[in-house]
Write a protein that binds this ligand. Structure first.
Ligand code: NFS
Length: 661
């Protein structure tokens, strides 16, 4: 199929077959997408913006700073390093704030659920009790909802803690990491406080020492990772169920020609879960049938998609870069959005179709969108109102094109508990077999692929990196739109074991797991902090996350949230490599992020723009950690005998992927 005229130049960055097919089809001929804007704008980034040296923090400027040129300091004398550090720290603060505001909504929804209001229940009682222990909430002889209410109230208090008491969940970190945070005075305190302090310290005339600014950036990011994001993941799991492995499908082919297609886009799963419940209501299904549809098909976009994919197996239609293209199929009756990562162009694209963009949150409205406020106190009624609006659009559907053959099977649902159970076996959940396989080299290390996709590099970048990793026996953990992209590439699937090196292939085949484990949405990166800490505590791989043969990447990062995640990984001791960072215009600060942070934190940022080199760097960094641990022997191909299979599956070969009994 030929690419339509408007996007001929995009063929370098659109590799994905479903995107190409939709853009080439008739319904999309008048659609303008971000790909077109990339071509038209030429993507010539502003030198000062991309280098991080444009200062807009007061009204003497804006000042464009050129490093090393005395006349090009800011009016106040500010250096390129201070400006780049302040800008970088503000990115971390904005990213943390986004996770925090999301988490607060989840905590409030959790409290409502604990009070017995709304359609949700406490689904994972075991996880509730383990979180209760973290918050010193008594569980004996108490009703589940009573425990949940106290946990919820203590969780809510984490946001506004005003004293220097650390966030409760930081006690899960390794002893060594906690001691380091204490020594550096960066133990995260109240989550809101850390963001506010970051914004204050980067105001004109406050903190002018980039090393000191980065201490607070670390503290702020830690309050996200070990505070907001972790709270959100934990409470969401308790309410909606901790994910277990399940099959589903991804890509634009999940849309259905004969059903009402409703895309659920955004981040906070309270809305998405309510829509899932409402979509099963016979009254709603009947309404859809009255309009001539065979049923209601919900399809996820971005991280809301990942949330309902992980817990319910609802298909994911698109990641970030495909959100406009999902509308350009002409097959969506509505795209329901809440907060974050929804492009303003959605309503512009929808304008040419019968599709409505339904905004649902007072914090996020959009010109051209239809606003139906989601009321968490009346969750089911709100959800039905939204669905009713969408269903009534079905009759208005015009010409559409769904690339029906473009849908890939995925096996998802790898929470930290599942990995623990799956590799530890049915009778002794533990990370021991995983640690042993890392120590004996069958698993060379762990590559964490997270974050967004964007329009700078080709949309097969994640695939290219992941293929290199798994071929080199590196197990990949993935979240966010990176995980969606890898799903589209067919790698989130046990059959992808054939692309792995011999020893990883054998483990995947024995356990029945994909070489890329989908761990959820971006807030679920907190699962990776917990898993990494558990691996350390299991023994044999050092005393802290910094010792592990593991490295994280968000190669196509787009959102400020990705930088906050990167910084909390680094401040937790994990190595991180991004495709670029907006600090290159400040020599000393750039060097500090790429090397200097190693001193205080034992980890630092890396930057590599070429995807192949980035993948090679990840393997090299993993090998360096193996060397330091004294385990960098070449792994031999070992054929698994029955005893080894039993070790991995708790006595049931091939049973690993069926989830806890
Ligand atoms: Ni993460 Fe998820 Fe996607 Fe990036 Fe946006 S949806 S929270 S920020 S673009 S991965």
């Amino acid at each position: 199929m030929a690419m339509r005229n408007g996007c001929e130049g995009c063929s370098d960055i659109i590799k994905c077959g479903s995107s190409k097919d939709v853009l080439a089809a008739k319904p999309a001929q008048n659609v303008i997408t971000a790909y077109d804007r990339v071509q038209r704008r030429g993507m010539s980034a502003c030198l000062f913006g991309s280098g991080g040296t444009c200062c807009r923090n007061c009204n003497m400027g804006p000042c464009q700073i050129i490093d090393g040129i005395e006349d090009m300091l800011g009016i106040c004398g500010v250096s390129a390093d201070t400006v780049a550090a302040r800008n970088f720290a503000r990115i971390v603060a904005a990213g943390s704030a986004s996770h925090t505001d999301h988490a607060r909504e989840m905590v409030k929804g959790f409290i409502e659920t604990a009070k017995g209001h709304g359609p949700h229940q406490i689904k994972d009682v075991e996880k509730l009790k383990s979180l209760a222990a973290v918050f010193d909430v008594a569980t004996e002889d108490r009703e589940i909802n009573e425990i949940a209410l106290e946990v919820g109230e203590k969780a809510l208090a984490e946001f506004g803690k005003q004293d220097d008491e650390p966030l409760s969940m930081t006690k899960r970190a390794t002893a060594k990491r906690q001691a380091l945070w204490k020594k550096l005075n960066i133990f995260p305190r109240g989550v809101d406080r850390e963001v506010v302090e970051m914004m204050h310290r980067t105001h004109m005339g406050v903190d002018q020492d980039y090393e000191n600014i980065m201490l607070q950036a670390s503290r702020c990011a830690l309050s996200d990772g070990w505070g907001s994001s972790m709270l959100s993941t934990e409470l969401t799991d308790i309410m909606f169920g901790t994910p277990v492995p399940r099959r589903s499908i991804v890509d634009l082919g999940v849309l259905k020609p004969d059903q009402v297609n409703i895309a659920v886009h955004g981040h906070e799963p309270l809305l998405a879960e309510s829509l899932c419940i409402a979509a099963q209501d016979p009254e709603m299904v009947e309404l859809a049938k009255k309009q001539g549809a065979k049923g209601i098909n919900l399809a996820g976009v971005c991280c809301t998609g990942n949330e309902i994919l992980m817990r319910r197996g609802i298909p994911v239609a698109a990641g970030f870069v495909q959100q406009e293209i999902a509308i350009a199929t002409g097959a969506l009756e509505a795209m329901v959005v809440d907060v974050q990562c929804t492009m303003e162009s959605l309503a512009q694209v929808a304008n040419g179709f019968h599709t409505d963009i339904i905004t649902t949150n007072y914090r996020a409205k959009m010109p051209g969108g239809v606003h139906i406020q989601f009321d968490e106190h009346e969750a089911l009624n709100s959800a039905k109102q939204i669905l009713t609006h969408a269903i009534k659009n079905f009759k208005k559907r015009g010409e559409c094109f769904i690339p029906e053959e473009k849908k890939l099977d995925v096996v998802v649902g790898f929470s930290h508990e599942t990995i623990n159970y799956m590799l530890g076996g049915r009778f002794r959940a533990s990370y021991r077999p995983l640690n042993d396989n890392i120590i004996n080299g069958r698993i060379r290390g762990i590559g964490v692929m997270v974050g967004c996709d964007n329009f700078r590099l080709a949309d097969d970048t994640h695939e290219l990196i992941a293929r290199h990793l798994i071929k080199n026996n590196v197990l990949v953990l993935a979240t966010g739109c990176a995980a969606t992209s890898l799903g589209r590439a067919g790698l989130v699937n046990p059959e992808a074991a054939r692309f792995c090196g011999d020893s990883l292939a054998e483990i995947c085949e024995t356990v029945g797991m994909p070489p890329v484990l989908h761990m959820g949405s971006c807030v679920d990166n907190s699962r990776i902090l917990v898993a990494a800490t558990q691996i350390v505590k299991e023994g044999g791989l050092g005393e802290d996350i910094t010792d592990l043969p593991a490295i994280g990447t968000a190669p196509l990062w787009m959102s400020e949230k990705a930088v906050a995640i990167g910084q909390y990984f680094v401040a937790s001791g994990a190595q991180v490599v991004f495709q670029d960072l907006p600090v290159s215009g400040a020599k000393k600060f750039n060097k500090y992020l790429l090397e200097g942070l190693m001193g205080p934190l034992g980890a630092h940022w890396n930057v590599e723009s070429d995807p192949q080199k980035l993948a090679e760097l990840m393997v090299a960094k993993i090998d360096a950690k193996r060397e330091a641990l004294g385990i960098n022997k070449k792994s031999e191909r070992v054929l698994f005998d029955m005893a080894m299979r039993r070790d991995l599956t708790g006595g049931v070969p091939g049973a690993g992927c069926h989830g806890p009994a």
